[in-house]
Design a protein around this ligand. Structure first.
Ligand code: PEP
Length: 250
């Protein structure tokens, strides 16, 4: 049995005070969660968030990580720095990073390797554009993203990580993939992992859905057998909404 994981990607939102209030509001609401609950605040609030969620069932994640150990990379943050703030998860290869910051599968792969070397669990994002879906290219595209992201990893490493299937056309748009679309593409991803590694690894890896998931659609999406939780953007900025999604995940 895979334990579901719900992660909130706050993106570039919230002031420090808002972040503190959101976390304090959220803590009692998710105390009975039967899944892993992760919040991924902006990097400048990781320390504050880490302090507030200490001794709770909420885990800390970040939205990006650099691929090098350290050095002359102005503005960047290393995996070791994140680890020292008790970060346990790192979103890697989000479509916004791929689109606005030119992140390629190769770069995603180096970031995944660096996170794992530092004991941080990657949440690797993959997903197709609307044009690709309309052209029937979804399966081959996500397969190639998975191949690229997992290159050089051992089966053991892959078993521990998380993949988020996030169709780009569903992110922040209010348009959600149907549970059939999400389930089908997540099935393609799991089969790709099986072909690259083995059946045991494919059974172990957790695959989330992400893209306008909210309290109104979470239950149906998460009832699909292959969907192991969600990566939540907009709805993670409201404690009630995020908690409702978390509590649907059993
Ligand atoms: C995301 O950014 O990963 C995401 C899924 O955003 P939203 O839930 O707002 O579509």
């Amino acid at each position: 049995m895979r334990r579901p994981i719900i992660a909130g990607n706050w993106k570039m939102n919230m002031t420090r005070e808002e972040a503190e209030n959101l976390i304090l509001d959220l803590i009692p609401k998710v105390v009975d969660a039967e899944c892993d609950v992760v919040i991924c605040p902006p990097a400048c609030f990781l320390e504050t968030a880490g302090r507030l969620i200490k001794k709770t069932n909420i885990r800390l994640g970040c939205q990006n990580v650099h691929w090098a150990d350290k050095g002359a990379f102005t503005g960047e943050i290393s995996a070791a720095m994140l680890k020292s703030l008790n970060v346990e998860y790192a979103i890697i290869g989000h479509s916004e990073r791929r689109q606005y910051f030119g992140e390629t599968d190769e770069l995603v792969n180096s970031k995944v390797i660096k996170a794992l070397q530092n004991g941080i669990t990657p949440i690797i994002c993959v997903g197709e554009s609307l044009d690709q879906r309309r052209a029937g290219e979804t399966d081959e595209w996500v397969r190639s993203q998975v191949r690229g992201a997992l290159k050089g990893l051992s089966a053991f490493e892959v078993q521990s990580l998380v993949i988020a299937y996030e169709p780009i056309w569903a992110i922040g748009t209010g348009v959600t993939a149907t549970s059939e679309q999400a389930g089908e593409t997540i099935g393609v991803i799991r089969t790709a992992v099986k072909e690259l590694f083995d059946e045991f690894t494919a059974d172990k890896i957790r695959i989330q859905y992400g893209g306008s998931m909210n309290p109104g659609n979470a239950k149906e999406l998460m009832s699909m057998p292959g969907i192991d939780g969600g990566l939540i953007g907009g709805a993670s900025l409201k404690a009630d909404d995020f908690a409702a999604v978390v509590l649907y995940s059993k």
